[in-house]
Design a protein around this ligand. Structure first.
Ligand SMILES: CC(C)(COP(=O)(O)OP(=O)(O)OC[C@H]1O[C@@H](n2cnc3c(N)ncnc32)[C@H](O)[C@@H]1OP(=O)(O)O)[C@@H](O)C(=O)NCCC(=O)NCCS
Length: 180
């Protein structure tokens, strides 16, 4: 367990705990992840494209694969046994010195209560422990809240990329945080 994770568990004021996902979390995580994806992107993405992406990526089987993979880490924020946030980081995305934050989502009812910061602190501590130099991510350019969150956490915009959701193409910012 990292220091950030220990802080998450012992900080009673937060009313949530941070822990690694287990295979037994796969079904609840798939449901939670699909809900958060819909909530976040339904305004800007056609429903059929959204559902195509969800049915491919947020099944219990796919979530279980990600939880069990040695090349990734799935961290949960839990309150009263319910998932209220999660993050998924790829440890070997392309080059061995860099990790890639694939997803970080917080239940709307918990936004602005430091759940995202606690998840990100755990991800960063873990990535550092793995000896990585930097962590990168992509974020939809119109997702101003997330862009502000990442900037506050020390990420800089280093470029742009195209994200395909079904037939729909969206422009993402590529952001990076150096860890050394
Ligand atoms: C982005 C997200 C993970 C942030 O999690 P969170 O728990 O709300 O964030 P925190 O409470 O830890 O806030 C940390 C910082 O983010 C920034 N932030 C949070 N909400 C913000 C808002 N509405 N506007 C601007 N900045 C905001 C602030 O700088 C905040 O620091 P502060 O509280 O000291 O001002 C969360 O809002 C979320 O799940 N969004 C929807 C999913 C998403 O967009 N994920 C990213 C996909 S790439």
């Amino acid at each position: 367990m990292t220091n950030a994770m220990a802080q998450g568990i012992t900080n009673l004021e937060r009313q949530f705990e941070i822990r690694f996902a287990l295979p037994s979390d796969a079904s609840s995580l798939a449901k939670f992840a699909a809900e958060q994806f819909r909530t976040t992107y339904s305004t800007d993405t056609p429903e059929s494209d959204l559902e195509a992406y969800i049915s491919e990526n947020f099944t219990p089987v796919k979530q279980c694969e990600e939880i069990e993979s040695h090349r990734s880490r799935v961290v949960l924020a839990i309150s009263r046994e319910d998932i209220i946030g999660y993050s998924h980081v790829e440890l070997d995305e392309g080059d061995t010195r860099s990790a890639f934050l694939n997803r970080i989502y917080v239940d709307p009812a918990w936004k602005g209560k430091s759940v995202g910061s606690a998840l990100l602190a755990e991800v960063i501590a873990n990535v550092r422990q793995q000896g990585k130099d930097r962590i990168s991510l992509t974020v939809y350019e119109k997702n101003t809240r997330a862009v502000a969150f990442y900037k506050k956490s020390g990420f800089d915009v280093i470029g742009t990329d195209i994200f395909q959701v079904g037939d729909d193409k969206q422009t993402d910012f590529v952001m990076e945080k150096r860890l050394v």
